[in-house]
Design a protein around this ligand. Structure first.
Ligand SMILES: C[C@H](CCC(=O)NCCS(=O)(=O)O)[C@H]1CC[C@H]2[C@@H]3CC[C@@H]4C[C@H](O)CC[C@]4(C)[C@H]3C[C@H](O)[C@]12C
Length: 324
């Protein structure tokens, strides 16, 4: 499972939890403007916007899980198992493989509106990266500083939805998650009032009781609700430290501790990493399951006119700060 959110204080932030049982040795990867970006069925891009995000780099190709470009436009791929469907080549459209989708959009677009224009002539084509890396059944959230959308490719074709919640999880399809929020409309961050019966003397005996009814489990639908509740009720200071800290706290409310989500073969799905990118400053922050210290990589500290990918391996061992 995964959860992605967009979030706003003084600046705008975009990030996600990546929940999985194995790592593909992903690294924080910068694609500078002149990196030769190769597309199987479309024109190569010799120059494009620079990108920063989490990617597995294989055969010199950045396979992005999530990324932000130098204009702030951001995108994350999350599992959409059993529902994602990719198509045969269509001569009337731009044919882009799912693993090329993030560089295709973020390389060329500054805003969600611009992305929508590219999406109107896009066909996500069923080409795997390689024999060893089959097509990942993903759907995507795309956000700029103003709005978010969700893009899915299903049997009927490519679908684009406005995403007023600025949250994405996994199955079922996005419309269900959005409607499902109605179920929780009485949940509140404040003390609840007795609407049960005036004839009974009912009152809160603990703080936090307004949240009773929020689902506590790790299912996709429950994570969507909890992430939305945390995000929309979140009180954050406007400094970078406050905002980034708060962002990770929101993601933690839907993170998966090891062991609580068991797979068949004795493995567990857990939160491998959490990311938070400042869309205005293009700084990519992350924590990993084993290292809760926040590590940061600044897009603008690199030579963005270069043609070489730059990757920073994840710092994934715990950093204890001893004080004696
Ligand atoms: C598994 C992850 C989603 C996490 C998630 O949602 N977990 C759900 C569990 S549940 O299904 O909801 O129970 C997704 C998110 C991005 C993906 C990579 C994208 C690039 C590349 C594309 C290639 O085609 C295949 C290899 C490749 C490296 C991909 C591997 C994997 O697929 C990644 C990591």
């Amino acid at each position: 499972m995964c959860t992605a959110i967009s979030f706003e204080t003084k600046d705008h932030y975009f990030g996600r939890n990546l929940d999985l049982d194995v790592s593909y040795t992903e690294m924080v990867t910068i694609t500078p403007r002149n990196f030769h970006c190769y597309f199987r069925k479309a024109q190569d891009m010799m120059s494009h916007y620079a990108l920063i995000g989490m990617a597995a780099v294989i055969d010199h190709y950045p396979l992005y899980y999530d990324a932000t470009n130098e204009k702030g436009l951001s995108m994350a791929g999350l599992n959409f198992r059993g529902n994602a469907h990719f198509h045969r080549e269509d001569p009337d459209k731009d044919n882009i493989a799912p693993f090329e989708f993030i560089p295709w959009i973020l390389g060329q677009c500054e805003t969600v509106e611009e992305a929508k224009m590219l999406l109107s002539k896009l066909n996500l084509v069923d080409i795997p990266f390689s024999e060893h890396l089959p097509i990942a059944p993903l759907h995507w959230m795309i956000s700029d500083q103003q709005q978010s959308i969700v893009v899915k490719s299903v049997k009927e074709g490519l679908k684009v939805y406005d995403n007023p919640a600025g949250v994405l999880a996994n199955n079922p399809e996005f419309g269900y998650h959005l409607f499902n929020l109605n179920q929780y409309l009485s949940v509140t961050a404040s003390a609840p009032e007795n609407r049960f019966s005036k004839q009974l003397d009912l009152k809160p005996y603990s703080l936090g009781m307004g949240g009773i009814g929020l689902p506590g489990d790790l299912s996709s639908t429950s994570r969507f609700v909890r992430a939305a509740f945390a995000k929309f009720n979140s009180a954050s200071g406007s400094s970078e430290a406050d905002s980034v800290g708060q962002f990770f706290h929101i993601l933690k409310s839907v993170a998966q501790p090891k062991g609580l989500n068991a797979l068949e073969d004795g493995k567990f799905e857990y939160t491998l990493y959490s990311s938070c990118c400042n869309m205005d400053k293009r700084i990519y922050y992350y924590t990993t399951y084993d290292n809760s210290q926040i590590t940061a990589v600044d897009l603008h500290a690199e030579d963005l006119d270069s043609a070489q990918l730059v990757s920073y391996p994840l710092i994934s061992s715990q950093q204890f700060r001893f004080v004696n």
